[in-house]
Write a protein that binds this ligand. Structure first.
Ligand SMILES: Cc1cc2nc3c(=O)[nH]c(=O)nc-3n(C[C@H](O)[C@H](O)[C@H](O)COP(=O)(O)OP(=O)(O)OC[C@H]3O[C@@H](n4cnc5c(N)ncnc54)[C@H](O)[C@@H]3O)c2cc1C
Ligand SMILES: NC(=O)c1ccc[n+]([C@@H]2O[C@H](COP(=O)([O-])OP(=O)(O)OC[C@H]3O[C@@H](n4cnc5c(N)ncnc54)[C@H](OP(=O)(O)O)[C@@H]3O)[C@@H](O)[C@H]2O)c1
Length: 458
């Protein structure tokens, strides 16, 4: 029997467990390291790993039919947009249903990973253990390392106003009775401004650029349903974009009519901001739009280019950094959220390290992580073979070029993908790679070396 490479999988969030399930089912030997005492990562409110950015009121904004794993539907009594506690329970039951909980080492954080000259990875954990593996799969999430405004606003180091990042927002008690400035136009800003509009005395929503705010429903269907014209991957993007524009005009209208800045881009050219409630709260005057913060000048005031308001709290909903604290920076890092990977998974120079869910879909992350898991399992078994280096690098370059042309230049748009296109293209690539593997006689791309004991004096 062929000896397969041994794998270390870092993280048992919704992405890590999807990969763990695929490896488990396909007989690839692996250990999954999880810092927390449970699976679910970001979706575990109050997660003891202190990495979750969930707040008490959080509901998913991608509909459950988009988010659920293909072979494990969410319970039928779940609503279209379940609460974070329901989502966390769903991930927990996924692990038990497929029976691989014993492969997860809970409360074991990975501190350091290093590739030796023999191509074997040595992994050190915060429990003081070291282990050797042939391949490393990274599923450590990319929504936990806070990106504060860069550069910091003048006065932010001396002001008496409390300043927090969205990651630190947990529940409405933090907002109670305060005059709050929420900065950003992404989904965190929408949710936190809406929460504040019910609990704070004043709420200002500040932005450096406008966004198209999608409703959660179009007619009676969740906005992300693929059978709708603007979400259908078989229709070219430019046509879908027109359909999307028409849908927005008919359902939401102009952003300026709510007092928000006019977006400086066309619909579909930024990560989607989805909120069924913010426009209503703006229309009620419960949230007041403002331009970007100019400075935080004195004890209790915040200046915008047009005005000055009294404030007690600023919530920076300014996004997250992609971080791999366990790799040496000169080995693998993502400065400015920039990292070049083949189809967002494979490192172009290393055949034995791969990333899961390092993407921002126009749609949910979980089915994409699930497809990546199946892909990685085939790869590690020698049933899929990567294209030649030149082809792989060209593919990455085309992808980067597409991103630059399609999306607003921002650190939040370095890993965007369209959900359905990504799955379609991945399917094609898996078939092409299966043929390459057949021609190569199903040779293992990652040799199994790590099990060989090192000499005692090594
Ligand atoms: C507020 C918020 C709402 C969101 N809503 C949606 C939504 O509606 N739909 C959607 O598709 N996406 C949403 N997202 C995106 C979110 O990233 C995904 O839903 C999902 O959590 C990604 O799963 P993940 O497993 O990749 O990462 P995570 O959920 O972050 O899980 C990573 C796991 O890795 C573990 N880990 C990290 N480092 C180490 C280490 N060194 N050693 C061991 N273990 C480690 C962590 O403990 C954690 O369990 C949202 C994000 C945020 C912040
Ligand atoms: N309910 C939900 O399901 C939910 C809730 C929250 C978050 N999420 C998800 O979590 C992820 C992170 O979302 P997020 O909203 O926290 O972050 P985000 O999508 O990265 O948005 C960050 C926002 O902050 C702005 N910004 C960044 N730096 C700034 C600066 N220096 N000055 C002024 N504005 C600045 C950005 O503007 P530019 O566009 O100009 O860069 C953008 O509007 C996304 O995938 C999101 O969909 C989902």
């Amino acid at each position: 029997m062929i000896e397969l490479p041994t794998v270390a999988l870092i993280g048992a969030g919704s992405s890590g467990i999807a990969v763990a399930k695929a490896l488990h089912e396909r007989g690839v030997p692996f250990d999954c390291f999880e810092k927390s005492d449970r699976v679910g990562g970001n979706w575990v409110f109050g997660n003891r790993n202190e990495m979750s950015s969930a707040y008490k009121s959080l509901h998913i904004n991608t509909s459950r039919k988009r988010m659920e794993y293909a072979d494990f539907p969410m319970p039928t009594d779940y609503p279209d947009f379940p609460h974070n506690s329901q989502i966390a329970a769903y991930f927990d039951s996924y692990v038990d249903h497929f029976g691989f909980r014993d492969k997860i080492r809970f409360e074991t954080g990975v501190e350091h990973v290093e590739r030796g000259d023999d191509g074997v990875y040595t992994l050190r954990t915060d429990t003081g253990e070291t282990h050797r593996y042939d391949a490393v799969l990274v599923a450590n999430g990319h929504h936990w390392d806070m990106r504060w405004p860069e550069p910091a606003f003048p006065g932010s180091d001396t002001t008496k106003i409390e300043q927090i990042h969205a990651h630190q927002y947990k529940d409405e008690a933090q907002l109670d009775g305060k005059r709050v400035v929420v900065l950003g136009m992404g989904n965190s800003a929408m949710d936190i401004a809406v929460d504040a509009s019910y609990h704070s005395s004043e709420v200002y929503l500040a932005a450096r650029r406008g966004a198209w705010i999608f409703p959660k429903y179009v007619g009676s269907k969740p906005v992300d349903r693929a059978d709708q014209l603007f979400a259908n991957p078989r229709i070219p993007f430019k046509i879908r974009q027109r359909a999307l524009g028409l849908m927005m005009r008919q359902t939401v209208g102009k952003m300026e009519d709510y007092g928000l800045p006019k977006p400086d881009h066309r619909v579909g050219e930024a990560h989607p901001t989805i909120s069924g409630r913010i426009l209503d709260r703006l229309a009620h005057g419960a949230i007041k739009p403002k331009p970007n913060i100019a400075r935080l000048p004195s004890a209790n005031s915040t200046s915008f280019s047009c005005s000055r308001v009294e404030a007690d709290l600023v919530v920076y909903c300014t996004g997250y950094k992609i971080s791999f604290p366990f790799f040496d920076e000169d080995f693998i890092s993502a400065p400015g959220n920039h990292i070049e990977l083949f189809r967002r998974v494979f490192h172009p120079d290393l055949s034995d390290v791969a990333f899961i869910a390092l993407l921002q879909p126009l749609g949910a992350i979980m089915p994409l992580a699930e497809a990546q898991g199946q892909w990685l399992a085939s790869y590690l078994r020698g049933e899929y073979r990567l294209p030649a280096k030149g082809e792989l690098v060209d593919d990455i370059r085309r992808d980067q070029e597409y991103l630059r042309k399609r999306y607003v230049a921002s650190k939040r748009h370095t890993i965007q993908v369209d959900f359905d296109e990504y799955l379609l293209e991945l399917d094609k690539e898996r078939k092409a790679g299966a043929e390459r593997a057949r021609l190569a006689g199903f040779a293992l791309p990652v040799p199994a070396r790590a099990r060989v004991e090192q000499p005692a004096n090594a």
